[in-house]
Write a protein that binds this ligand. Structure first.
Ligand SMILES: [Zn+2]
Length: 355
Protein backbone atom coordinates (compact mmCIF):
# COMPACT_ATOMS: atom_id res chain seq x y z
CA UNK A 1 0.00 0.00 0.00
CA UNK A 2 3.00 2.30 0.37
CA UNK A 3 3.31 4.21 -2.84
CA UNK A 4 6.50 4.97 -4.59
CA UNK A 5 7.10 8.70 -4.19
CA UNK A 6 8.32 9.12 -7.76
CA UNK A 7 5.13 7.65 -9.23
CA UNK A 8 2.82 9.97 -7.35
CA UNK A 9 4.85 13.07 -8.14
CA UNK A 10 4.89 12.08 -11.82
CA UNK A 11 1.13 11.64 -11.74
CA UNK A 12 0.83 15.10 -10.25
CA UNK A 13 2.76 16.56 -13.19
CA UNK A 14 4.83 19.61 -12.47
CA UNK A 15 2.69 20.73 -9.55
CA UNK A 16 3.66 18.59 -6.58
CA UNK A 17 1.13 20.23 -4.26
CA UNK A 18 0.56 19.30 -0.64
CA UNK A 19 -2.02 16.66 -1.50
CA UNK A 20 0.36 15.00 -3.93
CA UNK A 21 3.16 15.01 -1.39
CA UNK A 22 0.87 13.41 1.21
CA UNK A 23 -0.15 10.82 -1.37
CA UNK A 24 3.43 10.25 -2.40
CA UNK A 25 4.35 9.04 1.04
CA UNK A 26 1.10 7.45 2.14
CA UNK A 27 -2.29 9.14 2.49
CA UNK A 28 -2.71 7.45 5.89
CA UNK A 29 0.66 8.38 7.37
CA UNK A 30 1.27 11.41 9.54
CA UNK A 31 2.16 12.59 12.99
CA UNK A 32 0.72 10.62 15.88
CA UNK A 33 -2.18 8.19 15.81
CA UNK A 34 -5.55 8.92 14.21
CA UNK A 35 -8.90 7.17 14.46
CA UNK A 36 -11.20 6.42 11.55
CA UNK A 37 -14.91 5.77 12.20
CA UNK A 38 -17.34 4.06 9.84
CA UNK A 39 -20.84 4.94 11.04
CA UNK A 40 -23.49 2.63 9.63
CA UNK A 41 -27.17 2.15 10.39
CA UNK A 42 -26.47 -1.06 12.33
CA UNK A 43 -22.86 -0.83 13.52
CA UNK A 44 -20.10 1.62 14.30
CA UNK A 45 -16.60 0.50 13.31
CA UNK A 46 -13.52 2.30 14.58
CA UNK A 47 -9.85 1.72 13.84
CA UNK A 48 -6.64 3.31 15.04
CA UNK A 49 -4.00 4.13 12.43
CA UNK A 50 -0.33 4.41 13.38
CA UNK A 51 2.00 7.21 12.17
CA UNK A 52 3.16 4.89 9.36
CA UNK A 53 -0.47 4.49 8.18
CA UNK A 54 -0.98 0.91 9.31
CA UNK A 55 -4.06 -0.21 11.28
CA UNK A 56 -3.09 -1.12 14.83
CA UNK A 57 -6.50 -1.93 16.31
CA UNK A 58 -10.21 -2.13 15.57
CA UNK A 59 -13.44 -1.98 17.56
CA UNK A 60 -17.09 -2.53 16.76
CA UNK A 61 -20.15 -1.18 18.62
CA UNK A 62 -23.82 -1.53 17.65
CA UNK A 63 -25.44 1.72 16.47
CA UNK A 64 -28.66 0.99 18.37
CA UNK A 65 -32.08 2.45 17.67
CA UNK A 66 -32.15 5.29 20.17
CA UNK A 67 -30.59 7.79 17.77
CA UNK A 68 -29.62 11.32 18.83
CA UNK A 69 -26.67 11.81 21.17
CA UNK A 70 -26.73 8.13 22.12
CA UNK A 71 -25.19 7.36 18.73
CA UNK A 72 -22.46 9.95 19.35
CA UNK A 73 -21.78 8.26 22.72
CA UNK A 74 -21.39 4.95 20.88
CA UNK A 75 -19.02 6.44 18.31
CA UNK A 76 -16.88 7.82 21.15
CA UNK A 77 -17.05 4.43 22.91
CA UNK A 78 -15.81 2.69 19.74
CA UNK A 79 -12.82 5.05 19.53
CA UNK A 80 -12.02 4.57 23.24
CA UNK A 81 -12.21 0.80 22.86
CA UNK A 82 -9.98 0.74 19.78
CA UNK A 83 -7.53 3.03 21.61
CA UNK A 84 -7.45 0.67 24.61
CA UNK A 85 -7.01 -2.40 22.38
CA UNK A 86 -3.99 -0.69 20.81
CA UNK A 87 -2.54 -0.13 24.29
CA UNK A 88 -2.64 3.64 23.77
CA UNK A 89 -3.80 6.55 25.89
CA UNK A 90 -6.51 8.73 24.30
CA UNK A 91 -4.08 11.68 24.42
CA UNK A 92 -1.93 9.85 21.82
CA UNK A 93 -4.79 9.96 19.31
CA UNK A 94 -4.47 13.36 17.67
CA UNK A 95 -7.45 13.43 15.30
CA UNK A 96 -10.60 11.53 14.41
CA UNK A 97 -12.33 11.25 11.06
CA UNK A 98 -15.79 9.90 10.37
CA UNK A 99 -18.10 9.29 7.46
CA UNK A 100 -21.82 9.97 7.97
CA UNK A 101 -24.59 8.32 5.92
CA UNK A 102 -26.16 11.70 5.15
CA UNK A 103 -25.45 15.10 3.61
CA UNK A 104 -23.13 16.97 5.96
CA UNK A 105 -21.26 20.26 6.00
CA UNK A 106 -17.59 19.34 6.47
CA UNK A 107 -16.74 22.95 7.43
CA UNK A 108 -19.23 23.48 10.26
CA UNK A 109 -19.40 19.77 11.07
CA UNK A 110 -23.19 19.86 11.13
CA UNK A 111 -25.29 16.98 9.79
CA UNK A 112 -28.08 18.30 7.52
CA UNK A 113 -30.44 15.33 7.68
CA UNK A 114 -30.18 11.62 8.32
CA UNK A 115 -32.73 9.23 6.88
CA UNK A 116 -30.91 6.38 8.66
CA UNK A 117 -30.32 7.80 12.15
CA UNK A 118 -33.11 9.28 14.26
CA UNK A 119 -32.76 12.74 15.74
CA UNK A 120 -29.64 13.82 13.89
CA UNK A 121 -31.05 16.67 11.87
CA UNK A 122 -28.87 19.68 12.63
CA UNK A 123 -26.53 17.58 14.83
CA UNK A 124 -23.26 19.49 15.46
CA UNK A 125 -21.29 16.26 15.17
CA UNK A 126 -17.78 17.72 15.07
CA UNK A 127 -18.38 19.48 18.37
CA UNK A 128 -20.34 16.70 20.11
CA UNK A 129 -17.93 13.90 19.16
CA UNK A 130 -14.82 15.98 19.82
CA UNK A 131 -16.19 16.97 23.24
CA UNK A 132 -16.61 13.32 24.20
CA UNK A 133 -13.00 12.53 23.31
CA UNK A 134 -11.10 15.22 25.22
CA UNK A 135 -11.82 17.96 22.63
CA UNK A 136 -10.01 16.07 19.90
CA UNK A 137 -10.10 17.52 16.35
CA UNK A 138 -12.81 15.83 14.25
CA UNK A 139 -13.12 15.70 10.46
CA UNK A 140 -16.49 14.65 9.01
CA UNK A 141 -17.82 14.04 5.54
CA UNK A 142 -20.56 12.19 3.70
CA UNK A 143 -19.94 8.42 3.71
CA UNK A 144 -19.80 7.96 -0.07
CA UNK A 145 -17.37 10.85 -0.39
CA UNK A 146 -15.27 9.22 2.35
CA UNK A 147 -15.29 5.94 0.37
CA UNK A 148 -14.23 7.83 -2.76
CA UNK A 149 -11.40 9.46 -0.77
CA UNK A 150 -10.36 5.99 0.46
CA UNK A 151 -10.22 4.65 -3.11
CA UNK A 152 -8.19 7.65 -4.20
CA UNK A 153 -5.82 7.58 -1.23
CA UNK A 154 -5.32 3.85 -0.79
CA UNK A 155 -7.42 1.85 -3.27
CA UNK A 156 -8.23 1.66 -6.97
CA UNK A 157 -7.52 5.32 -7.76
CA UNK A 158 -4.14 5.84 -6.07
CA UNK A 159 -2.06 8.43 -7.93
CA UNK A 160 -4.96 9.70 -10.07
CA UNK A 161 -5.07 13.46 -10.48
CA UNK A 162 -8.71 13.46 -11.59
CA UNK A 163 -11.13 10.72 -10.63
CA UNK A 164 -14.89 10.21 -10.59
CA UNK A 165 -16.42 7.79 -8.07
CA UNK A 166 -19.92 6.39 -8.70
CA UNK A 167 -21.56 4.22 -6.03
CA UNK A 168 -24.77 2.46 -7.12
CA UNK A 169 -26.47 0.87 -4.11
CA UNK A 170 -29.78 1.73 -2.45
CA UNK A 171 -29.33 5.11 -4.17
CA UNK A 172 -26.46 6.27 -6.37
CA UNK A 173 -23.81 8.25 -4.50
CA UNK A 174 -20.72 9.80 -5.98
CA UNK A 175 -17.66 11.92 -5.48
CA UNK A 176 -15.19 13.93 -7.51
CA UNK A 177 -11.42 14.12 -7.09
CA UNK A 178 -10.16 17.11 -9.06
CA UNK A 179 -6.50 18.11 -9.13
CA UNK A 180 -5.75 15.51 -6.48
CA UNK A 181 -8.37 16.67 -3.97
CA UNK A 182 -12.00 16.01 -3.22
CA UNK A 183 -14.20 18.65 -4.85
CA UNK A 184 -17.02 19.76 -2.55
CA UNK A 185 -18.66 22.64 -4.45
CA UNK A 186 -20.02 25.83 -2.91
CA UNK A 187 -22.21 24.21 -0.23
CA UNK A 188 -20.60 20.75 -0.04
CA UNK A 189 -23.14 19.00 -2.28
CA UNK A 190 -20.88 18.46 -5.29
CA UNK A 191 -20.59 14.95 -6.66
CA UNK A 192 -24.29 14.01 -6.49
CA UNK A 193 -23.97 12.08 -9.72
CA UNK A 194 -27.10 10.06 -8.92
CA UNK A 195 -29.22 13.14 -9.51
CA UNK A 196 -27.80 14.09 -12.89
CA UNK A 197 -30.60 13.97 -15.49
CA UNK A 198 -29.98 11.44 -18.24
CA UNK A 199 -33.50 11.18 -19.67
CA UNK A 200 -36.07 13.96 -19.97
CA UNK A 201 -39.35 12.95 -18.33
CA UNK A 202 -37.85 9.58 -17.41
CA UNK A 203 -38.33 7.30 -14.41
CA UNK A 204 -39.14 8.86 -11.02
CA UNK A 205 -36.12 9.37 -8.75
CA UNK A 206 -36.03 9.05 -4.95
CA UNK A 207 -35.47 12.84 -4.77
CA UNK A 208 -38.73 13.54 -6.61
CA UNK A 209 -37.09 14.36 -9.94
CA UNK A 210 -37.42 12.42 -13.18
CA UNK A 211 -34.90 10.67 -15.39
CA UNK A 212 -32.01 10.92 -12.93
CA UNK A 213 -29.17 8.36 -13.06
CA UNK A 214 -30.30 6.96 -9.69
CA UNK A 215 -33.75 6.21 -11.18
CA UNK A 216 -32.11 3.63 -13.49
CA UNK A 217 -28.95 2.37 -11.79
CA UNK A 218 -29.71 2.04 -8.06
CA UNK A 219 -30.71 -1.36 -6.71
CA UNK A 220 -34.03 0.23 -5.73
CA UNK A 221 -34.68 1.31 -9.34
CA UNK A 222 -33.56 -2.02 -10.78
CA UNK A 223 -35.88 -4.12 -8.58
CA UNK A 224 -38.81 -1.72 -9.06
CA UNK A 225 -38.49 -2.04 -12.81
CA UNK A 226 -38.33 -5.82 -12.46
CA UNK A 227 -41.52 -5.74 -10.36
CA UNK A 228 -43.26 -3.85 -13.19
CA UNK A 229 -42.14 -6.53 -15.66
CA UNK A 230 -43.44 -9.27 -13.35
CA UNK A 231 -46.83 -7.50 -13.07
CA UNK A 232 -46.95 -7.48 -16.88
CA UNK A 233 -46.52 -11.25 -16.84
CA UNK A 234 -42.77 -11.64 -17.42
CA UNK A 235 -41.19 -14.58 -15.68
CA UNK A 236 -38.03 -14.40 -13.60
CA UNK A 237 -36.16 -16.85 -11.40
CA UNK A 238 -36.06 -14.11 -8.78
CA UNK A 239 -39.56 -15.12 -7.65
CA UNK A 240 -38.08 -18.49 -6.69
CA UNK A 241 -35.22 -16.81 -4.83
CA UNK A 242 -37.10 -14.04 -2.97
CA UNK A 243 -40.79 -14.82 -3.51
CA UNK A 244 -43.49 -12.93 -5.41
CA UNK A 245 -42.31 -9.48 -4.26
CA UNK A 246 -39.13 -9.10 -6.33
CA UNK A 247 -38.44 -5.65 -4.85
CA UNK A 248 -37.01 -7.61 -1.90
CA UNK A 249 -34.15 -8.86 -4.08
CA UNK A 250 -30.68 -7.94 -2.88
CA UNK A 251 -27.87 -7.10 -5.31
CA UNK A 252 -26.47 -10.62 -4.76
CA UNK A 253 -29.87 -12.10 -5.78
CA UNK A 254 -29.76 -10.08 -8.99
CA UNK A 255 -26.24 -11.34 -9.69
CA UNK A 256 -27.30 -14.95 -9.01
CA UNK A 257 -30.32 -14.69 -11.35
CA UNK A 258 -28.23 -13.06 -14.09
CA UNK A 259 -25.61 -15.81 -13.80
CA UNK A 260 -28.39 -18.37 -14.38
CA UNK A 261 -29.33 -16.62 -17.64
CA UNK A 262 -32.53 -14.98 -16.34
CA UNK A 263 -33.64 -12.87 -19.33
CA UNK A 264 -35.76 -10.37 -17.36
CA UNK A 265 -32.97 -9.63 -14.89
CA UNK A 266 -30.37 -9.45 -17.65
CA UNK A 267 -32.55 -7.00 -19.62
CA UNK A 268 -32.98 -4.70 -16.62
CA UNK A 269 -29.27 -4.85 -15.75
CA UNK A 270 -28.44 -4.08 -19.40
CA UNK A 271 -30.67 -1.02 -19.16
CA UNK A 272 -28.87 0.03 -15.96
CA UNK A 273 -25.52 -0.47 -17.74
CA UNK A 274 -26.65 1.70 -20.69
CA UNK A 275 -27.71 4.58 -18.48
CA UNK A 276 -24.62 4.27 -16.30
CA UNK A 277 -22.51 4.45 -19.46
CA UNK A 278 -24.35 7.62 -20.54
CA UNK A 279 -23.68 9.11 -17.10
CA UNK A 280 -20.00 8.14 -17.19
CA UNK A 281 -19.51 9.50 -20.71
CA UNK A 282 -21.11 12.81 -19.64
CA UNK A 283 -18.79 13.00 -16.62
CA UNK A 284 -15.84 12.16 -18.89
CA UNK A 285 -16.73 14.96 -21.30
CA UNK A 286 -17.25 17.48 -18.52
CA UNK A 287 -14.25 16.64 -16.33
CA UNK A 288 -11.87 14.52 -18.42
CA UNK A 289 -10.80 12.28 -15.53
CA UNK A 290 -8.26 9.51 -16.08
CA UNK A 291 -10.25 7.01 -14.02
CA UNK A 292 -13.80 6.21 -12.94
CA UNK A 293 -14.09 3.99 -9.86
CA UNK A 294 -17.37 2.12 -9.45
CA UNK A 295 -18.32 0.96 -5.96
CA UNK A 296 -21.37 0.17 -3.85
CA UNK A 297 -23.53 -2.90 -3.41
CA UNK A 298 -24.68 -3.30 -7.02
CA UNK A 299 -21.15 -3.20 -8.42
CA UNK A 300 -19.72 -5.45 -5.70
CA UNK A 301 -22.38 -8.08 -6.51
CA UNK A 302 -22.25 -7.86 -10.31
CA UNK A 303 -18.48 -7.49 -10.56
CA UNK A 304 -16.30 -7.49 -13.66
CA UNK A 305 -18.80 -8.70 -16.30
CA UNK A 306 -21.01 -5.67 -15.55
CA UNK A 307 -18.04 -3.27 -15.55
CA UNK A 308 -16.83 -4.69 -18.89
CA UNK A 309 -20.30 -4.14 -20.36
CA UNK A 310 -20.41 -0.56 -19.10
CA UNK A 311 -16.89 0.06 -20.43
CA UNK A 312 -17.81 -1.22 -23.92
CA UNK A 313 -20.80 1.14 -23.99
CA UNK A 314 -18.73 4.11 -22.83
CA UNK A 315 -16.16 3.39 -25.59
CA UNK A 316 -18.94 3.61 -28.20
CA UNK A 317 -19.66 7.22 -27.30
CA UNK A 318 -18.66 9.49 -30.20
CA UNK A 319 -16.57 12.02 -28.26
CA UNK A 320 -13.69 9.57 -28.00
CA UNK A 321 -10.97 11.96 -26.82
CA UNK A 322 -12.28 11.66 -23.26
CA UNK A 323 -13.88 8.19 -23.31
CA UNK A 324 -11.23 6.07 -25.07
CA UNK A 325 -8.36 6.56 -22.59
CA UNK A 326 -10.72 6.44 -19.58
CA UNK A 327 -10.10 3.62 -17.11
CA UNK A 328 -13.25 2.19 -15.53
CA UNK A 329 -12.53 -0.04 -12.56
CA UNK A 330 -14.18 -1.57 -9.49
CA UNK A 331 -13.52 -0.21 -6.02
CA UNK A 332 -10.73 -2.06 -4.23
CA UNK A 333 -11.08 -1.17 -0.56
CA UNK A 334 -13.95 -3.50 0.37
CA UNK A 335 -15.15 -3.37 3.97
CA UNK A 336 -12.26 -1.15 5.08
CA UNK A 337 -13.28 1.76 2.82
CA UNK A 338 -15.18 3.56 5.59
CA UNK A 339 -12.53 3.48 8.31
CA UNK A 340 -9.72 4.11 5.81
CA UNK A 341 -11.35 7.13 4.15
CA UNK A 342 -12.24 8.50 7.58
CA UNK A 343 -8.62 8.20 8.70
CA UNK A 344 -7.47 9.90 5.49
CA UNK A 345 -9.72 12.93 6.08
CA UNK A 346 -8.33 13.09 9.63
CA UNK A 347 -4.79 13.16 8.15
CA UNK A 348 -5.87 15.75 5.57
CA UNK A 349 -7.31 17.89 8.36
CA UNK A 350 -3.95 17.66 10.16
CA UNK A 351 -2.27 18.90 6.99
CA UNK A 352 -4.84 21.69 6.50
CA UNK A 353 -6.32 19.98 3.43
CA UNK A 354 -9.74 19.10 4.90
CA UNK A 355 -11.99 21.49 6.84
ZN1 LIG B 1 -32.77 12.38 -8.11
Amino acid sequence: MTIDATTALDAAGDRPDAAAVTRAGNALAGEGYVAGIDLGGTKVLAAIFAPDGSIVSRAKVVTGRTGGLDVVDRMAAAVREATAVAGLDLSQVVAVGTGVPAPVDPVTGVVHMTPNIAGWEGMPLKQELGGRLGNIAVAIDNDVRVAVIAEHGAGAGVGARNMVGIWPGTGVGGGLILDGRIYTGSASYAGEIGHVTIKEGGARCGCGGRGHLEAYCSRTAIVRHLARLVRRGERTRLTRIVGRDVTRAKSSDLAAAAALGDTAVIAVLDRAARYLAIGIASMANLLNPEIVVLGGGVIEALGDPFIRKVTRLVRKEPFSATTQPLKIVASAMGDDAGITGAAIIARQMQAGLHP
